[in-house]
Design a protein around this ligand. Structure first.
Ligand code: HT7
Ligand code: ZN
Length: 875
């Protein structure tokens, strides 16, 4: 593929003002007529017009309503070039193409999912429907006419408002939709088929009525109630928090079962992976409910951050994604528990973005180059992009941040904007120079703050030395200094918080230290006794902190920190330190023992009834094997980490048996299931405690009745997971798996949980199990959810089972990727990123991983998607 570079950006020579599309839908032969009104920009000369196209059959071209002579255009696999265009400022093109939705296995463009016609156009799918200037800075007004047989497709949907519908001859009918808002092609959508609808209403803050419609397969209507509720709450929240109202008279969501990602924010017609719409207590877990709420909110929030203000080019992807993730995080924090949400965000960021940023796939939040844009929908663009917006809010303060954002909405409504445009709004609204801050967008890698502290008892001064650095990343050896907002707290020996006054050597506001130079020496005066430092409170910056802190200081923070997130962070740091030492001990053949400091800190937290249960659950959930691997950094032996973590868990379980028993007996909420955050937290704590008890007293036989009597999917799948992971291959585990399969065999979304639980069994036999499951009727390589549940979970979520020292699981993955790539390159490339940290493995596994990646690289017919990921991973 051709590399695309940010610096090559050029506006188009032509603007497209209106697009009139007609679809005549049949599965194998859909005719698309695309009539576009163009305007020549001045200075364009007599340049040809080059329209993008992919996998299209060209049928006809008219220029200003006259059939074009074949000498005036040429068709190639990547597009349509039209020469000798009219010299007038305005002219029209009418392009007819033929496509085959039923043969579209890439799920980009117009395709079929379970008999439904649906589209996915971001990033470059519209060119698989018709020839077009398929780039986000070409904004046009769309009118869409859909024709289909009434029986097969009673429902005909597109963006905007329904203008007209009626019958045609031979059992066909049509509908015409008009979207008054100019939009880029990636936000176009069409859905046609036979679906049920759930309806509701919403009145905007200014009194405009909006019809809300969620379309699902017949019989699944009841499972859309929670999504509808989440939608209404999102709409209200965006009005109250950000002053953003909805702008059409109808908002539609369609749930489909074949989808490459989570959901898509098409204007007025969001298309969702059904996993993120459908929920009821019997089939969905608390996590499913929380994800549905967050993703419904995310896509809805895109209506302003993404749709009303879109991206100039795909390098600006973080402009809409980072900001929209920030908005959905804030929504969840306001709706649920802010500290629990923050802990979950940081856990996710560290699990996905930190490894990306320190491995071969590292790239800036705003990349400068790409081979394949589909590979840049990453944790860096989304999650780090959101953290950068959060830091902006921290640096400016809530009010100034709000004024900058208001200016952005006002100044750029209707624009295809850039990150520079965005930052300029905050500069103009607040008079702040953000040039150093902007480095966060341009430079890859996780910054490191190396910190040292000295307390001088006689002078009553505390001196803190802070040094910033950023490790090199691919293509970026020299790094610039960054503006890092570091929240910090000081605690006296009694646990009281010391107000930070009498400070010299740093720009400080409230508890935020502004780190802008390479080295800062900060001196605190009038400090009575040696304080304990709490660094990066509430995770104010996405950085790694290197600071030698004693276990007793961490335990002190775990007890006294008033910032609840940081209280958890202290516990987690204490546990991480212990687990790293335990891994070393395991490798050295020593026995592993857990320190009393950690056991006491964990057990006093789990028993502290003043803390919310979700937090207590997070507190006793030890860092995962991948977290420990990330902190160790090099020469990873996943088996040693697993053994060490198990030994530490055993120790905690032995000491905490009474505490865990008390939790298990008392914590579950009574009454009917409710997905609210508080009850979900109680269930999470119950399951964490139950998991520990299996290491102390509880035999597998005791779990089976709990599994059988569960009245909701959270407890049922949670207990199944514990049983199957703790006692792999046991009679109880296999019985529970068989019963679960029997009960849910006709519900693929629930069977995905069953597949994922099995794919993540920490056992060398899991590879064989995965291969066996691939042969069952529950698996289909054609459905991305099935692929992710089985192959994706195995590769990304099973450190010991996947990283077999003989490399057979790597070979298996390579084979699957090569096969899948021919059908669906986007999903193949994404699943392959599970191997992004292969270079940190110990040498034997590393060699096997390299060999498997080399097998992929040797294929001559790889998609640009998999070629790009493989090349960068090996590079
Ligand atoms: N903006 C969307 C990202 C997206 C996507 C969605 C479905 C299939 C393919 C896709 N490519 C990119 C989803 C979002 O961030 O909201
Ligand atoms: Zn998004």
């Amino acid at each position: 593929g051709q590399e695309v570079r940010l610096e090559d950006y050029k506006p188009t020579d032509f603007e497209i003002e209106t697009v009139d599309l007609t679809f005549r839908l049949t599965p194998s032969r859909t005719i698309v007529t695309n009539r576009i009104a163009l305007r020549r920009r001045s200075g364009g000369g007599n340049a040809p017009l080059i329209l993008d196209g992919d996998d299209l059959t060209f049928v006809d071209l008219k220029i200003d309503d006259r059939t074009a002579d074949s000498s005036r255009f040429s068709v190639s696999p990547s597009g349509l070039e039209i020469r000798d265009l009219p010299e007038t400022e305005f002219f029209t093109l009418e392009i007819v193409t033929e496509i085959a939705p039923a043969d579209n296995t890439k799920l980009m463009g117009l395709y079929r999912s379970n008999g439904i016609y649906c589209t996915q156009c971001e990033a470059e799918g519209f060119r698989r429907i018709t020839y077009f200037l398929d780039r986000p800075d070409v904004l046009a007004i769309y009118t869409t006419r859909i024709e289909a047989p009434i029986k097969e497709a009673p429902l005909l949907l597109s963006n905007g408002n329904l203008k007209e519908r009626g019958p045609l001859s031979e059992g066909w009918h049509y509908a015409i939709w008009h979207d008054p808002h100019p939009k880029p092609s990636y936000l176009f959508a069409l859905v046609a088929g036979d679906l049920a609808v759930v309806r509701d209403d919403f009145t905007t803050a200014s009194g405009k009525p909006v019809k809300l419609e969620i379309y699902v397969e017949h019989g699944k209507e009841a499972r859309a109630a929670y999504a509808m509720d989440a939608l209404k709450r999102s709409m209200r929240w965006d009005e109250e928090r950000f002053g953003r109202e909805y702008d059409l008279s109808v908002f539609m969501i369609v749930a489909v079962s074949d989808f490459n990602m989570g959901a898509m924010e098409n204007k007025g017609l969001n298309v969702f992976n059904d996993k993120y719409v459908l929920a009821d207590p019997e089939t969905a877990t608390d996590t499913d409910y929380a994800n549905i709420e967050a993703i419904i909110a995310h896509e809805y929030f895109h209506n302003w951050t993404g749709n009303r203000i879109t991206c100039r080019d795909w390098f600006q992807l973080c402009l809409k994604e980072g900001l929209t993730v920030y908005r959905d995080h804030e929504f969840s924090a306001d709706t649920r528990s802010r500290p629990v949400k923050r802990i979950a965000e940081v856990r996710l960021l560290k699990a996905h973005q930190f490894p990306e940023d320190s491995g071969p796939l590292a790239h800036p939040v705003r990349p400068k180059r790409y081979q394949e844009i589909n590979n840049f929908y990453t944790a860096t663009v989304y999650e780090k992009g959101s953290e950068v917006v959060r830091m902006l809010a921290t640096i400016l303060g809530a009010e100034a941040f709000k004024s900058g954002l208001d200016l952005y909405f006002e100044r750029h409504d209707g624009d295809a904007a850039t990150i520079e445009d965005f930052l300029t709004c905050f500069e103009d609204a607040t008079g702040t120079d953000l040039s150093q801050f902007s480095v966060w967008y341009h430079q890859a890698g996780t910054p490191v703050l190396t910190i040292g502290s000295r307390f001088d008892a006689s002078g009553r001064t505390l001196t803190v030395d802070i040094e910033q650095s950023v490790p090199p990343t691919p293509g970026e050896d020299r790094k610039k200094l960054m503006h890092i907002p570091l929240r910090m707290g000081l605690f006296d020996p009694d646990g009281g918080e010391i107000r930070m006054r009498d400070v010299s050597g740093i720009d400080i506001s409230g508890d935020v230290l502004h780190i802008t130079d390479r080295n800062h020496t900060v001196v605190f005066q009038n400090v009575q006794a040696r304080p304990t430092l709490s660094l990066n409170r509430s995770f104010s910056a996405p950085v790694n902190i290197r600071y030698e802190q004693s276990s007793s200081d961490l335990a002190h923070l775990a007890r006294y920190e008033t910032d609840t997130y940081s209280r958890w962070q202290a516990l987690n740091d204490l546990a991480t330190r212990e687990l790293i030492a335990a891994t070393g001990a395991t490798l050295g053949g020593e026995t592993v023992q857990c320190s009393n400091a950690l056991i006491d800190a964990l057990l006093s937290t789990v028993s502290d009834a003043r803390l919310e249960p979700a937090l207590r659950s997070q507190a006793i959930t030890l860092p995962g094997e991948a977290d420990i691997a990330r902190e160790i950094g090099t020469d990873i032996d996943p088996d040693a980490i697993f053994a060490a973590r198990s030994a530490v868990s055993d120790d905690i379980a032995r000491h905490g048996r009474d505490a865990f028993e008390s939790v298990v007996e008392n914590i579950l909420p009574g009454g009917r299931y409710s997905p609210d955050a508080e009850s979900a937290g109680q269930r999470a704590l119950y399951l964490s405690a139950l998991n520990y008890l299996t290491r102390a007293a509880l035999p597998p036989d005791a779990l089976l009745p709990i599994f059988r009597s569960a009245d909701n999917m959270t407890i049922m799948s949670g207990v199944l997971g514990i049983l199957v992971h703790r006692f792999p291959g046991s009679a109880g585990a296999e019985t529970a798996l068989a019963e679960f399969e029997l009960r849910f065999r006709d519900n693929p979304l629930v069977i995905d949980k069953w597949l994922a639980i099995q794919a993540t069994i920490p056992d060398p036999g899991t590879l064989e199990r995965v291969m066996r499951l691939m042969g069952t009727r529950h698996f289909s390589i054609e459905n991305p959810n099935r692929v992710r549940a089985l192959i994706g979970s195995f590769a990304a979520g099973n450190p010991t089972g996947f990283n077999l020292p003989d490399g057979t699981a790597y070979e298996f993955l390579a084979e699957q990727i090569i096969g899948l790539d021919k059908r669906n390159p986007q999903v193949a490339a994404r699943v392959l990123t599970a191997m992004r940290s292969w270079k940190s493995l110990e040498p034997i596994r590393r060699d096997k991983a390299r060999a498997a990646l080399a097998v992929i690289a040797q294929q001559s017919d790889l998609s640009p998607d998999v070629r790009d990921i493989t090349d960068r991973m090996l590079g």
